[in-house]
Design a protein around this ligand. Structure first.
Ligand SMILES: [Zn+2]
Length: 83
């Protein structure tokens, strides 16, 4: 089941629950939430990366963000630093 992130439209009017992005576990067919379950303030869905699976490029991004370097082999005993 995918996890969706929501946050209040108007942070000034938001409660402690929806002021920060919060995660909601929903079925694909469930209608998206439009109001905070705690204070009924209008909320919107955040675009976030899927938590499961992921392509190689996502992996590269995460590795890069984590400070890893990727080495591409360029022939015999020769490596090129890609980032
Ligand atoms: Zn709220």
């Amino acid at each position: 089941m995918p996890i969706y992130e929501y946050q209040a439209n108007h942070l000034q009017k938001a409660c402690a629950h929806c002021r920060e992005p919060f995660e909601v576990l929903q079925k694909i067919r469930d209608t998206p939430l439009t109001t905070c379950p705690a204070c009924k303030a209008p909320i919107h869905k955040l675009i976030s990366a899927p938590r499961v699976g992921g392509s190689q490029s996502n992996f590269d991004d995460r590795a890069k963000a984590a400070g890893f370097h990727k080495l591409q082999k360029r022939g015999k005993g020769e490596y090129e630093k890609q980032y």
